[in-house]
Design a protein around this ligand. Structure first.
Ligand code: RP5
Length: 162
């Protein structure tokens, strides 16, 4: 089995439905990943140990997701030189606090904040980054984009003929 390249970490089991979407994208492209539940607040030592050792364990990207104050992604960015992609988790009835928290990082510690609940595009962004140094993955990604392109043109043709 290939070594995991992406670490997916979330603050709570309740974030899993959102984070699983990113994991499924990685699976679709055959990219191995780790998936963990580690909280910046409830398990701070374990969370920072996991993130702090990610690079030497061979991971290339961290995807971190949390809701509410959503400190996990920012804390992750502070503990690694790897790119960290954040998914702000937003539930019904909540405001945009997770998103606002994640875009308010101090200069010097970058965090790539993706859309609220944006599991799919976050998974695809990880694929784009990994594809920069993996021709096989780049080819798969090109095919994915072409399929999407062709499907829109097929829809267009159908609607024009209706
Ligand atoms: C955050 O608080 C978690 O990431 C989750 O989005 C939210 C609620 O957590 P639970 O109370 O459902 O465990 O830290």
């Amino acid at each position: 089995m290939a070594k995991p390249l992406v670490g997916i970490v979330m603050g709570s089991k309740s974030d899993l439905d959102i984070m699983q979407v990113a994991a499924d994208v990685l699976s679709e492209f055959g990219v191995e990943y780790e998936i963990r539940i580690l909280s910046a607040h409830r398990t701070p030592k374990e969370a920072t140990e996991y993130i702090g050792s990610a690079k030497e364990r061979g991971l290339k990207i961290i995807i971190a997701g949390a809701g509410g104050s959503a400190h996990l992604a920012g804390v992750a960015a502070a503990h690694t030189e790897l790119p960290v992609l954040s998914i702000p988790v937003k539930r019904e009835g909540q405001d945009h606090e997770a998103l606002f928290s994640n875009i308010a990082m101090p200069p010097g510690i970058p965090l790539a904040t993706m859309p609220e609940n944006g599991g799919k595009n976050t998974g695809l962004m990880a694929i784009e980054i990994l594809a920069l140094s993996d021709d096989n993955l780049a080819q798969k990604y090109r095919a994915y984009r072409k399929k999407m392109h062709d499907s829109v043109l097929a829809d267009d043709k159908n609607i024009a003929q209706a």
